[in-house]
Ligand binder design. Structure first.
Ligand SMILES: *Cc1c(COP(=O)(O)O)cnc(C)c1O
Length: 346
């Protein structure tokens, strides 16, 4: 029985072409900025995101942390979504390592932070208050189910933040999913923000790495923070080579993951006992509600035993993520297994 692992798009393995590029990669010492492959990846990333410069980091977590370190001083406050990845899944590094207060405000159901929640959270100048330095956004929004922030929304909220003297960082781990789904260049989604990062190791299928993009001046300071975090890698061109292939060949195919996600979502909607909001399925994530006849953790455990990998999302919610290594026939098979299981538990 084939395992159909829908836990995450991070499970995608590097392609043959990536491994070949890694083998052949021209390398040097990147701490001296002498790795031509890393330099090429950073230039490519900056161009695609419409920024002056980029920095190759070990992970999305490191990119977000370096961005926060660079935008703030210890004791500052940052505003971020109550459902944001940075708040939930980055081990609280913004507080521990950057020394900032994380002020969460509620995300709406599609991952936005609306002006009516952002504006009142911005501190005025007052002796008792920390200074609000940064607004953090996320596109696509992971905990909200891969939902998309539009260019119009992003510009409007960034304009508000800038007007109040804040900088804006966009966690664009899956920004290319948003760009492909909207049919716009990624730079249209990042034009209004001061910094943006994205992951190579998710749907884009590279084995390692993320890029942080922004102005040259910002990146010169970010590079030093990356060094302090222990992220100054030497012949990193070995892994950057796969990232170049990812950016050159893997972006447009994300549309296939969106199609399989739609296929999965519509299939789930037809299974009695499963509840799903199809409007929320906008990219490669499918979040659905399990029936009350079984605990959600037990549902996931049983599905795992039946060869369908899912992830717990809190409450009765489960998430499935489509990616390069699951095709339409795999989705059909997963749907069969879920449907049979649901019949079994009545
Ligand atoms: C995955 C992810 C990250 C972190 O990336 P890692 O490479 O796993 O550290 C950050 N933000 C979002 C929205 C993500 O989905």
């Amino acid at each position: 029985m084939k395992d159909i692992d829908l836990r995450s798009d991070t499970l995608t393995l590097p392609t043959k072409e990536m491994r070949h590029a890694m083998y052949e990669a021209e390398v040097g010492d990147d701490v001296f900025k002498e790795d031509p492959t890393v330099n090429r990846l950073e230039e490519l990333a900056a161009n695609m995101l419409g920024k002056e410069a980029a920095l190759f980091t070990a992970s999305g977590t490191m990119s977000n942390l370096v961005a926060i370190l660079t935008h703030t001083r210890p004791g500052d406050e940052i505003i971020l979504g109550s459902e944001s990845h940075t708040f939930w899944y980055e081990v609280g590094g913004a507080s521990t390592l950057a020394g900032v207060v994380m002020r969460t405000v509620p995300n709406d159901e599609e991952g936005r932070l609306t002006p009516d929640v952002v504006e009142p959270a911005i501190r005025t100048k007052e002796i008792h208050y920390p200074e609000t330095a940064l607004l953090c956004l996320e596109n696509t929004h992971s905990r909200c189910g891969g939902t998309i922030l539009s260019p119009e929304y992003t510009s409007a909220i960034a304009e508000l933040a800038h007007r109040r003297g804040l900088r804006v960082h966009l966690d664009g781990a899956r920004i290319f999913n948003a760009a492909v789904a909207l049919g716009v260049p990624a730079s249209e989604l990042s034009g209004a923000v001061d910094s943006v990062c994205f992951c190579l190791s998710k749907g884009l299928s590279a084995p390692v790495g993320s890029l942080l993009c922004g102005t040259q001046e910002f990146m010169d300071r970010a590079r030093k923070w990356r060094k302090m975090m222990g992220g100054g890698m030497r012949q990193a061109g070995i892994i950057a080579a796969a990232g170049i292939i990812a950016l050159e060949t893997m972006v447009n195919r994300l549309a296939e993951d969106h199609a399989t996600a739609q296929h999965l979502a519509h299939g789930l909607a037809r299974i009695p006992g499963i509840t799903i909001n199809l409007d929320r399925v906008q990219t490669n994530m499918v979040v659905f509600e399990t029936p009350t006849t079984i605990s959600t953790l037990e549902f996931i455990k049983q599905m795992d035993a039946l060869g369908v990998g899912l992830l717990y999302r809190g409450g009765r919610m489960v998430r499935a993520v489509t990616h390069r290594m699951v095709g339409t026939t795999d989705i059909d098979e997963a749907l069969n297994r879920i449907e049979l299981f649901m019949k079994d538990i009545g």
